[in-house]
Ligand binder design. Structure first.
Ligand code: 4NP
Length: 161
């Protein structure tokens, strides 16, 4: 079977989407199905290209045994031909990603969805941007994502395995 490819997208690719990527990788490793996936993250913006994830997010994740190692990059045209799923964190990311997708001819492989569609316990329709807030915002993002990433993995396993 071909690998299922998943790209998590936020604005800067230094807070929410690297956390989503690391959480998803942790879950597929726990289930022993990591060989079935290609997982990455990207930002719609270009400000932080090449940088490590925000230290506040890395620390909050580390406290939960989650290792965030990714370096920021910007989403590009090729991503729509590489990834089966692009999961956005908020409505603004979703609109920006869809605007890019709609300019391309060959993007049928790729399904763009909001990660919060897969939430089970949390009511939030978006993953809030923690960048300009306090430390508790990063824990909140991890709580919200832990729920929706689980829901997304269940969906993928049901549909592809
Ligand atoms: P992210 O958070 O989209 O979750 O990575 C942000 C990071 C940086 C900025 C905004 C949001 N910024 O304005 O630089």
């Amino acid at each position: 079977m071909e690998r299922i490819s998943v790209l998590f997208v936020c604005l800067g690719n230094i807070c929410r989407s690297p956390a989503a990527e690391a959480l998803f990788i942790k879950k597929i490793k726990e289930r022993g199905i990591e060989d079935g996936f290609l997982v990455d993250s990207a930002g719609t913006g270009s400000w932080h290209i090449g940088k490590k994830a925000d230290s506040r997010m890395r620390l909050a994740a580390k406290d939960r045994g989650i290792n965030i190692t990714s370096k920021a990059r910007q989403i590009g045209k090729n991503d729509f031909q590489t990834f089966n799923y692009i999961l956005t964190m908020d409505d603004s990311n979703y609109q920006n990603v869809m605007a890019l997708k709609n300019r391309l001819i060959y993007s049928d492989l790729c399904k763009v969805m909001k990660i919060q569609e897969f939430a089970n316990s949390f009511q939030e329709k978006e993953v809030p941007d923690p960048y300009f807030g306090g430390g508790e915002g990063f824990d909140n993002v991890l709580d919200i994502l832990t729920d929706s990433i689980s829901g997304f993995l269940d969906y993928v396993v049901k549909n592809h395995f």
